[in-house]
Design a protein around this ligand. Structure first.
Ligand code: BG6
Length: 507
């Protein structure tokens, strides 16, 4: 079964908001993110005619590149896309500029301010500026200070700052960073990015819940028995050992991406569709969340690290053999845990979160399992009827599925589970934009709905504090269990659910 569009004509009507003339300034422009995500997303916006003609991108980093060198680097990185759209690229690239800037040098900031004024004159960007900090996280605070000291954040209507993840590395550092940032800019100027919120299917959690009447009445502890949130990756650490070694899966994926999926799945309906109303509800539910065993966190969490695996044709090395990784590393590449949310809607419902690298499939999903029928009238194929499940598929194969029992064909009255599914691809026929396309547009529009507010970030860190402290103070209590690359993580994570008589979904 598939879902079809009730009124396909409506789909074509994109309600695009208009981005004002402005200059997007990227700090860290020589880094990976700029050519892998940011400039491709901006070029996509340009091709969708969503950027104003009065627009400029100013790349900033310490390297002494010229405008032309920066354009050439970006062109090389985007070569396959440009091949299909050479004229559009030429027009787009005329708005690309570069300025060598070290954020620690005040005279560089003075030069930057002059350069921005010159760009305003050249491109009519009217002193509207979005500053994107794609620098090392150690410089988020000092970067904001440097911008504020140079007077570049003084107009809250014209200047904004986007801050990449990770925002802090624990509750204390996130709180401190918030204090610094808020001394430099008003909260409505600050855009803390979590690229998962840019995914169409993550946003769809809100629409599915609050634009339909059938889900909300059963979206609670009376009908839902457990929830699983998974973000599985097939890739290993790639070239990012330098960052990942001091981060690990808990900081890299759980505190941000999985927690955002948790918040959208569990929040109350906002009073209206408004950034603050939505973010109030997300912050509120995160404040009610806790680890299943806060005092003995080792009982509700399992950590793992991938060991060598794969097949004879495609052997995969273990994490400790990856370039740049300490051969005795105890950084987790897999983590699974159990949480509760102590509020009226969710009290007693276990939430299981897991994420890992080098798992057999790339997949992110939220699975809500409903309570079983109170009486079993029919024989079920496989012994007992399968509980109803609603599966929100974040990626790939974006969409949703619903598992329910039907009568198995034949003369008896046996039941069997079937799967009804909705696919974005089949229903809408066009691929969704990359998360950064949506998020960059929103930042330039000044719409923070899909960005994380200060209190949300702090609530998310607070939630995992007992685990972070345990890993710091007595790591032997939360050992990293090795798991073979391309398997579903360490066996110990199955015991986390087995004690509740449950199993991880194996998609
Ligand atoms: C990033 C993490 O935030 O998200 C990476 O740092 C991870 O380690 C990535 O691979 C996953 O994002 P996506 O969009 O590919 O699922």
């Amino acid at each position: 079964m598939t879902a079809t569009l009730t009124n396909p004509l409506r789909v074509g009507l994109r309600q695009e908001r208009v981005i004002s003339p402005q200059c997007l300034v990227i700090f860290g422009a020589s880094g990976d993110l700029t050519h892998r995500k940011l400039v491709p997303a901006l070029f996509e916006l340009f091709r969708q005619r969503r950027l104003p003609s009065e627009f400029a991108i100013l790349g900033c980093a310490r390297r002494p590149w010229s405008d032309d060198e920066f354009r050439a680097k970006m062109a090389a990185a985007l070569a396959p896309v440009i091949r299909d759209h050479p004229t559009a690229w030429e027009q787009f690239a005329s708005g690309l500029f570069y300025e060598p800037v070290d954020l620690q040098q005040s005279e560089h900031l003075v030069r930057l301010a002059h350069r921005l004024e010159a760009i305003d004159r050249l491109r009519a960007t009217r002193a509207n500026r979005t500053f994107y900090l794609s620098v090392s996280p150690d410089f988020y605070g000092s970067g904001c200070r440097a911008l504020a000291d140079a007077g570049l954040l003084s107009d809250p209507k014209r200047s904004r700052v986007v801050i990449e993840k990770p925002f802090g590395r624990d509750y204390g550092s996130a709180e401190q960073l918030n204090r610094i940032v808020q001394a430099c800019a008003q909260e409505n100027q600050v855009f803390r990015i979590d690229h998962y919120l840019g995914k169409e299917t993550v946003q769809n959690i809100l629409v599915l819940r609050f634009a339909n009447t059938i889900f909300e009445p059963i979206w609670n502890r009376n009908f839902i028995s457990s929830v699983q949130i998974t973000a599985a990756e097939t890739v290993g650490v790639e070239e990012r050992a330098g960052y990942y070694e001091s981060s690990g899966a808990l900081r890299d994926m759980v505190q941000n991406h999985l927690t955002q999926m948790l918040a959208l799945t569990t929040m109350e309906a906002p009073g209206r569709f408004d950034p603050e109303a939505i973010r109030n509800e997300k912050a509120k539910v995160l404040q009610a969340a806790r680890l299943a065993n806060e005092d003995e966190p080792w009982k509700c969490c399992v950590r793992g690290q991938y060991a060598a695996g794969g097949s004879a044709n495609d052997p995969l090395r273990g994490y400790r053999e990856e370039p740049g990784v300490n051969p005795n590393s105890t950084t987790e590449t897999y983590v699974a845990m159990k949480l509760f949310i102590d509020n009226w809607r969710w009290q007693g419902v276990p939430f299981y979160l897991r994420t890992g690298k080098r798992l057999p499939k790339r997949l992110s999903e939220v699975v809500l399992t409903f309570r079983e029928a109170p009486v079993h009238l029919f024989d079920a194929a496989g012994g007992s009827p399968t509980a109803n499940q609603l599966i929100l598929r974040i990626q790939p194969d974006e969409g949703a599925g619903f598992v329910f029992e039907v009568k198995a064909p034949g003369s008896g009255m046996r039941s069997r589970p079937v799967d009804m599914h909705f696919s974005y691809d089949e229903s809408f026929g066009e691929p969704s934009d990359e998360g950064y396309v949506r998020l960059l547009a929103d930042a330039m529009l000044g719409d923070p709905t899909l960005y994380t507010r200060a209190d949300e970030v702090e609530a998310a860190w607070r939630l995992y504090t007992p685990l972070l402290e345990l890993i710091e103070d007595s790591p032997w209590q939360l050992p990293v269990h090795p798991y073979e690359a391309s398997t579903w993580g360490p066996g110990a994570s199955d015991s986390l659910l087995a004690s509740d008589d449950l199993m991880w979904r194996r998609p």
